[in-house]
Ligand binder design. Structure first.
Ligand code: VNL
Length: 193
């Protein structure tokens, strides 16, 4: 269900063709709400059917046509109303914690490998988010730049500021995951010697 709100968020910035939705999604809101391409096209069609988007056919090349999705007033309203509601939290379901709880079943070296993989994954994500923060701060992220161009100048600081705040939170989480996995490595050494 949240994919729909991620797509509405993206389309509040500008109307996009299905193909451009895929490309822009992965350079912006897809960092915080990952979805495979295969889910995006059918969701766009459902959102059009539900009146949240208006798909406008445009000529493409000599014979072709492509559809550009515009958010409708109903779409804006749905997004705003979702934004003004608190989340329903889903209960925990984290595979690394599931595994961590039963590491006595793993070979110690495989347990260590798992901790190293956790550190590598979160280090590389954190690095990407640092790069995103830099591109938001200097306004070079193209999706943000388009959004700002369509917005009043007095809103620019908050439009960028909330996005930076988001990635800062994700970096904090990644750092906590890395520290925890390092503690895991120490613990494995202690318990498996
Ligand atoms: C936007 C641009 C959003 C860059 C982002 O992440 C981002 C946007 C939520 O303007 O929608 O990294």
């Amino acid at each position: 269900m949240s994919l729909r709100y991620a797509l509405l968020a993206l389309l509040t910035s500008q109307p996009l063709t299905g193909y451009d939705v895929l490309k822009h999604f992965e350079q912006s809101v897809g960092y915080v709400w990952h979805a495979p391409d295969s889910q995006i096209y059918p969701e766009l069609r459902r959102m059009e059917k539900d009146g949240l988007l208006n798909g406008v056919e445009e000529p493409w090349g000599t014979k072709g046509k492509k559809k550009r999705y515009h958010i409708t007033p109903e779409g804006v309203e749905a997004f705003r109303s979702w934004m003004n509601t608190t989340l329903d939290y889903a209960r925990e379901r984290d595979p690394i914690h599931l595994k961590a709880a039963y590491l006595e079943w793993a070979d110690p070296d495989q347990a260590r490998n798992q901790m190293h993989a956790h550190i590598a994954y979160h280090s590389s994500r954190a690095q990407q988010w640092r790069e995103m923060i830099a591109a938001l701060e200097d306004r070079s992220n193209p999706i943000l730049a388009t959004r700002l161009a369509a917005a009043p100048k007095e809103d620019w600081t908050k439009i960028a500021g909330y996005k930076i705040f988001t990635y800062e939170g994700m970096i904090d989480r990644a750092k906590a995951e890395i520290e925890w996995a390092r503690r895991g490595l120490d613990l494995i050494d202690k318990l498996e010697s």
